[in-house]
Ligand binder design. Structure first.
Ligand code: HEM
Ligand code: HEM
Length: 220
């Protein structure tokens, strides 16, 4: 935590967290809006997301204080306590992620990883292309892939097409679940910004947040 005395702010988000965040926003929009076509653009956007997620996971262990999972991953009781505080106007301010922000961070990273991986698996099975080509094949898939297709269309088709379509469906569900989390995430950012009277989006751009009041112990 670097204090900048003249402005009364504290540097909270390091460049990797900030740049990673805005790359995620741009790449998710690109991947979602292209819906798989053109494949090169869709794939590169997806790989950019996968790369940020992997980097962020490593950074969550070796990065600076507020980037670390140990700084913001808490149990469900603290998350519920914080949300209850938000509802009653008594949520305590956190310099890094709040307990709810921390839980959302983990949920988003898991959802993004699942979306990118299921996309790569779809590409591997449908076209034999991408980083998982040869690793994920029809033979390597469990029966649910064929069964999911059966339940959807009431008939079994050819192996590859069938498993590929089932995986594509998993991929689509993962993408939409991620989108739902993002909607909740943005709503959470707005509510927390109002509750603590600070612009959290600006902090994700500049990295700086208002310094906690000297009198109270720092709730970060
Ligand atoms: C334009 C819409 C978005 C806005 C305004 C926004 C804003 C923010 C803000 C302010 C934070 C910090 C929260 C805190 O203070 O605890 C944050 C964190 C985060 N956001 Fe977003 N976000 C947006 C879209 C997204 C999207 C689309 C994704 C994923 C694709 C995403 C993933 C994340 C992640 C993973 C974190 C945790 C950051 C970290 O610790 O590395 N956000 N976001
Ligand atoms: C992580 C971000 C990603 C998002 C948000 C995303 C989103 C989507 C969406 C919404 C669709 C349309 C699904 C449908 O209508 O059936 C789709 C299709 C597809 N995606 Fe992704 N995707 C992502 C990453 C990837 C990656 C990394 C790959 C592979 C390298 C990939 C490969 C595919 C393929 C092969 C299709 C089917 C295209 C077709 O047959 O028309 N996706 N994706």
């Amino acid at each position: 935590m670097v204090e900048t005395a003249d402005t009364g702010t504290v540097r909270v988000w390091d460049p990797l967290v900030r740049i990673g965040h805005w790359v995620l926003v741009a790449a998710f929009a690109a991947a979602y809006l292209t819906e798989g076509e053109p494949q090169w653009l869709h794939g590169y956007a997806g790989y950019a997301i996968a790369a940020v997620v992997v980097l962020r996971l490593v950074w969550g262990v070796v990065g600076p204080r507020h980037a670390r999972f140990s700084d913001f991953v808490t149990g469900p009781r603290r998350v519920i306590g914080y949300l209850r505080g938000l509802a009653t106007g008594r949520a305590e301010r956190h310099l890094g992620h709040s307990p709810a922000g921390g839980a959302m961070t983990v949920a988003l990273l898991v959802a993004l990883a699942a979306t990118a991986l299921s996309g790569m698996a779809t590409l591997a099975v449908e076209d034999g292309a991408g980083p998982l080509a040869g690793l994920v094949t029809v033979q390597s898939l469990p029966d649910w892939a064929a069964e999911a297709e059966h339940a959807e269309h009431g008939a079994f088709g050819e192996g590859e097409a069938e498993a590929g379509e089932a995986l594509e469906e998993v991929h689509e569900i993962a993408a939409n679940a991620t989108l739902a989390l993002i909607a909740l995430h943005v709503a959470g950012v707005i509510v927390a910004s109002l509750a603590h009277r600070e612009t959290l989006v600006r902090a994700m751009i500049t990295g700086a947040k208002r310094r906690p009041r000297e009198t109270a112990p720092t709730p970060d």
